[in-house]
Design a protein around this ligand. Sequence first.
Ligand SMILES: Nc1nc2c(ncn2[C@@H]2O[C@H](COP(=O)(O)OP(=O)(O)OP(=O)(O)O)[C@@H](O)[C@H]2O)c(=O)[nH]1
Ligand SMILES: [Mg+2]
Length: 438
Amino acid sequence: MGQNSSRPKHTSKYSPKSGEVIENADAKRTASKSSKKTASPDVKILALDPFNVRATRPQFRILVIGKANAGKTTLLKKVCDSVDDPEIFSPSGEKIDPKVVEASHRRGEHDITNQLVFKSNPGYIFHDSRGFESGSVDEIKRVKMFIAEQAATNKLSDQLHAIWYCLPTDTNRPVTKADEDFFNTGVRGQVPLIAIFTKVDGLEDIAFTQLQDAGFNTNKALKKLAQKTQEMLADFRQRLKQTDYPPSEYLQLEDMRKTDTSCKELIKKTAATISDDALRMLFVSVQRNNISLSVRYALANAIDQTHIREITIWTLGYFGHVWEAYQEKVLTCEATLRKLCPIAFDLVAARAELISAICICTEQTFNEASTTPEKFCNAFSTALHVYRGSTLEHAIKEKIWALQWESYKDRYSFKDSELHKSMIEIVMSHPLRLNAST
Ligand SMILES: Nc1nc2c(ncn2[C@@H]2O[C@H](COP(=O)(O)OP(=O)(O)OP(=O)(O)O)[C@@H](O)[C@H]2O)c(=O)[nH]1
Ligand SMILES: [Mg+2]
């Protein structure tokens, strides 16, 4: 790509208005690979402009499906880092008094159209569905209608961006006939769906009892426990994989009540299933404190850009605290970068160097800068001035240029390659701290 190209190479077209539906080659490629059957042709794929995505400040909308007690609320609280319950809003946005829905929630019944938002992370809107029991044709129909309605809108905020399908594994049958029916009906269209096996600590208890029943003493049963649990999970996965419209991804979660368990893998897998670059950027930046995910996607998506503006757009945007006034921040930081950094980026290692510098300086501003453009841009500029010419920069450059860049082809083969992993490692292991000697 020549120096004069100033458009992100990988969005096939810029939409003049946020949410306008345009075919996207990248999205199509991913979608066609992602599921066993091609999803319904009437479900649209968005190709979005990152500036517009930011300007309209959409929230990321997720439908969570799972039987009563599956661990849905516990999981969402963890994702949003909240101890409080979410606030509930009607489809038109009016706040609902939790007392009004308390009795039905106790029965595990939820109105799928209500929107749940945690104060601690208003970047997400969740919808809660109670899952399916045998013969619950009506419930599947309700979910189908809801997904179709959300897909029918061209407005980014109203689109359903992902489905998290929770299957509690502490029961006799984690995957029921009703679940298989759901996955055989192609309800989800092209909305990515992650099957989440929850309460795996409970499955371990079941596996342990089965091992003891099979004649293993406690010590032997304990030794075999991990393998047995994985075999049981593989069996559940297999049942879902055999359906006509299987999940896009699978995941297992340990005891989500514990403070030392994390849902980072869920976030990583959800990000990986989103096919539109700008939408993925939105999702990654909603995870305010997941810097390594931001660095991972910034590297993967900016590496092919040969223009300083596009490198800045596709790197800065993955950081949640750059959210407000994104365009203004990009343009100001670009001006700072132009003054302080070389601007020839034909060589991929030079691009990797610039992306690293942006990531490292942005990470440094995470705790320092408020979200106002002025404070952020000043903090970024200070960080870049310290970084340029520092021993830290020299160490990073040396490591970057020592990598095997001969094997680099394009951003598609770069993603998740050894080169990509090495670059993430280099950036993450060299944080810039202004009060330390750099
Ligand atoms: N053993 C175990 N228990 C869990 C786990 N996650 C949640 N729980 C417990 O399971 C019960 C149900 O959890 P919730 O998160 O309320 O489940 P839910 O799917 O939101 O349930 P409904 O809102 O009734 O549909 C609670 O007592 C949780 O403390 C887990 O990972 N392991
Ligand atoms: Mg709940």
